[in-house]
Design a protein around this ligand. Structure first.
Ligand SMILES: [Zn+2]
Length: 86
């Protein structure tokens, strides 16, 4: 269990990865994105998975904290992919 560590002035650089730097899409959040949230409005499902395509207008990148705190409208289902790191 990890709490929300204050990340003031502390930035982790992942220059060795091939991924472009992706940050959480939540307003005011600059943490590194670890998941992509995709809304399926037809089926009222929110799917959480590994970082996906950057140009999908229905996809939102989320950091670990906002992934954990994800809330969806009433009646919606959240699908979490098993491949997510914990
Ligand atoms: Zn966030």
């Amino acid at each position: 269990m990890r709490g929300e560590a204050p990340a003031r002035g502390h930035r982790t650089r992942l220059s060795l990865t091939t991924m472009r730097e992706r940050v959480c899409s939540k307003v005011g959040c600059a943490r590194e994105a670890v998941t992509t949230l995709t809304y399926d409005y037809r089926d009222q499902m929110a799917a959480l998975g590994p970082l996906g395509a950057a140009n999908d207008p229905h996809a939102h990148d989320l950091c670990a904290i906002h992934t954990d705190r994800l809330s969806v409208p009433q009646g919606w289902t959240v699908v979490r992919h098993a491949t997510l790191v914990s």
